[in-house]
Design a protein around this ligand. Sequence first.
Ligand code: SIN
Length: 296
Amino acid sequence: MPYRHIAVEPLTPTIGATVHGVDLGAPLSEAAFREIHDAWMEHCVLFFRDQAMTPEQHLAFGRRFGPLHIHPAAPYAHGNPELMVIETNRDSKRNNGSAWHSDVSADEEPPLGTILHLHEVPPQGGDTLWANMYAAYEALSPSLQALLERLTAQHAADYTGVYGDHPPQREFPRAVHPVVRTHPVTRRKALFVNSSFTKRIQELSVHESRDLLDFLFEHVKHPAFQCRFHWGAGSVAMWDNRCTQHLAVWDYHPDTRRGLRVTVQGDRPFLEAGADTSTAGARVHTATEAAEAAGG
Ligand code: SIN
């Protein structure tokens, strides 16, 4: 897709792109914002390097995509629960996001996207991996796709002890979601199960559910669906939780990795009957096209 206001450099053919020529701390024109949204829908995860955003600018950028989401239990900065702290240091007992997950998928309306700005990075390591759940779905045989489209899964999150003695913001979430979901913008189908929060497929016996989920959790980890990002201080990553999952590697103890995360509220996952993914790339609805069609 041609871009006029930003430069987009894909990281892999399947997922991830670096965006150049944008200062997220400065006011963004509507045209540049629309292109960032289009590139996000096209590549699922975007990266921006050397960004000097303040927390207020970070919040303002997030709000352009919609109202902000509040994590059920994570610590936050500046007295604002919309500004989640991501920090792992010498004293940490665990690292946030070390297992494959889509953020807070156990919410009834899981966040549509997440924007993470790292302020301090370790001298080596601390990469994050993302996997493309459209590609994971599309790689399955049509018979298995058809079965999965008839299934729903229970998601549950238990953050007890995960964030030390930081008190939770709200009750730990539970929800039932389709195993395959339709992305509300691109209309493509994506697998929507993850090993951190998906507990049980409702329509199957316990054993069948366990085996099928184990198969899917392995399947989504195939390197062909992935990209891996090496952070620098000031890097920003924004990922679409509706069509990706991710994992943060903790290989840098005792060094510190820290930053702030802003998360955008999403809607209830749904599966659109009969939607066809075979021309999915051509059917990606872009904000720019919509605005141009409307004369904008
Ligand atoms: C997260 O899951 O939000 C953490 C991702 C990261 O630290 O790279």
